[in-house]
Design a protein around this ligand. Structure first.
Ligand SMILES: *Cc1c(COP(=O)(O)O)cnc(C)c1O
Length: 494
């Protein structure tokens, strides 16, 4: 397996790419050739666990790691999940299925990748290198990465989240993080400021030199890192296998996937699954009112200069979706020069318009919808009352878009809606549709448990009893100093 940069200036072995996160030319690493699974391999998955399927997918990309080791890594990564089958698939009606991706230690789908990434990272470091991991988070990546890398040898991690852009439980999760190699900062800005800030640091030669002086290389735990993306491909195969096993489909029949989308990482994993041979019908992106991707898929114009709306699905409050660059590269027929030009336009704050070839690819493979907070709330109430399913506001965006497309007759066959987070992370927003008035951050989890008849996850129960350890606030301009000061602190590090 060889990876190349979307900007054309670099290539890498997969494990080396995990160590650097972003390609040296500022692009993202993608497979030069997407690995293929035979029909037989996919059909066999109906008899396999998520862990086994994960090992097969990891090995297809990280072919430097023997298959048996991939299996051990997957077993290690997913034993921390609370569900016995790791990712439960629930049937809603004769066409719709929910895949719960929120049973990991931090209660969001980010755990699926971020329980695996540290194992890939350790393999890449081979005990010979120290790595500083920089993370920008819209709420869920931060805690999942902090949990994954806390007190891991040879690794330090610094997380930046938007000060007023995450839910109370998300903020508390990050502020209470333990480990002597972890640091967390609130940024006075939105997620796009955090993400831009981190990308700028990764491309800043002076900063890199100072970090190297302190003994570290730099990497990322965001989905710009290929090691974040690959583990996510596995659950598309797993859902398909489960539908076969339960007789909901015959092998070969296409299945649609609905993906609540922000940074385009999750849905891109679905696109890779399809191009590895999985029979996928439509890939449906679902946006909240930050619907820049909806407009893009419809028109081929990616808008710049929009202003961000704060919604009840904060992990999707994103306007610059970094993984789209990977899709543009593939759909343009690997035209790195073209992709570089579009990304330069975007960086200058201009709209960019994709070629007809790319637009045709978008039309053929994607369907897109978006929904308001009002509609998402209404959907939370509806699926609870009618189907006894409890879903979070992000998943509700997905479900609302799904139902709208069904009404328009745009989808046929079985559909899997990905549930990306636990409703307990967004208790206040979920209580109201259930007819209960929220009472404040510390109580809402308990109230939701009473109202829904489901126990609050232990990670939520503990949250409000743990001491707050991280209260630092920075601006986009002082992110650099904050990291350098941390590195100079003798108390900090691995
Ligand atoms: C991160 C996140 C998303 C968006 O996923 P992308 O890979 O960024 O598109 C959706 N829902 C939840 C709960 C998330 O944490």
């Amino acid at each position: 397996m060889e990876l190349v940069s979307t900007r054309g200036g670099a290539s890498s072995r997969p494990l080396d790419a995990v160590l650097c996160g972003l390609a040296p030319d500022g692009g993202l690493f993608v497979p030069r050739r997407i690995p293929q699974f035979s029909g037989e391999t996919i059909e066999q998955m109906a008899g396999q666990s998520f862990t086994e399927i994960s090992a097969t997918v990891i090995h297809a990309y990280f072919d430097q790691i023997p298959q048996a080791d991939c299996l051990t890594m997957a077993e290690t990564a997913y034993c921390s999940f609370s569900a016995q089958d790791v990712l439960p698939l629930e049937t809603v009606n004769d066409k719709a299925n929910l895949l719960y991706l929120d049973r990991g230690p931090t209660l969001a789908f980010k755990d699926v990748a971020l329980q695996m990434l540290p194992l890939l990272m350790a393999r890449a470091q081979a005990g010979e290198q120290r790595t500083l991991i920089l993370v920008a988070t819209s709420g869920d990546t931060g805690k999942a990465a902090l949990m994954g890398f806390s007190d891991k040898p040879d690794t330090a991690i610094v997380v930046f989240y938007p000060e007023n852009g995450v839910s109370p439980a998300q903020k508390r999760q990050m502020q209470t993080s333990v480990g002597k190699n972890v640091a967390v900062y609130a940024v006075q800005g939105d997620f796009d400021d955090c993400q831009r800030g981190v990308k700028n640091l990764m491309n800043d030669a002076d900063f890199r030199a100072a970090v190297a002086e302190a003994g570290y290389g730099i990497s990322s735990a965001n989905s710009i890192n290929i090691g974040r993306l690959v583990p996510q491909i596995a659950y598309y195969f797993y859902s398909y296998a489960q539908l076969c096993r339960r007789g909901r489909i015959k092998f070969g029949e296409p299945v649609n996937f609905v993906v609540p989308t922000g940074n385009f990482g999750n849905i891109l994993a679905g696109w890779y699954a399809k191009h590895m041979g999985l029979p996928v019908g439509k890939l449906v992106g679902a946006s909240n009112s930050n619907n820049v991707l909806y407009e893009f898929v419809k028109t081929g114009v990616y808008r710049a200069g929009l202003s961000l709306h704060q919604t009840i699905s904060p992990s999707m409050d994103i306007l610059v979706s970094s993984n789209l660059e990977r899709l543009l590269y593939h759909l343009s027929g690997n035209d790195a020069a073209q992709v570089s030009a579009w990304m330069e336009q975007q960086k200058r704050g201009e709209d960019f318009t994709v070629s007809e070839q790319v637009k045709a690819g978008l039309d053929e493979e994607f369907c897109w919808g978006w929904t308001s907070d009002e509609e998402a709330k209404q959907k939370i109430g509806q699926v609870f009352a009618q189907n006894n399913c409890l879903i979070d506001p992000h998943s509700a965006v997905g479900y609302a878009v799904y139902e709208n497309l069904c009404r328009e007759g745009a989808l046929s066959g079985q559909t899997v809606v990905l549930c990306t987070a636990s409703p307990f992370k967004f208790a206040a927003s979920v209580l109201a549709p259930l007819g209960v008035t929220p009472q404040g951050d510390g109580c809402d989890g308990m109230l939701l448990s009473e109202a829904s008849g489901r126990p609050a996850p232990e990670a939520i129960e503990m949250l409000w009893r743990m001491p707050v350890l991280h209260t630092g606030v920075v601006t986009p301009d002082t992110m650099k100093n904050a990291v350098l000061e941390k590195l100079a602190d003798p108390q900090f590090g691995c």
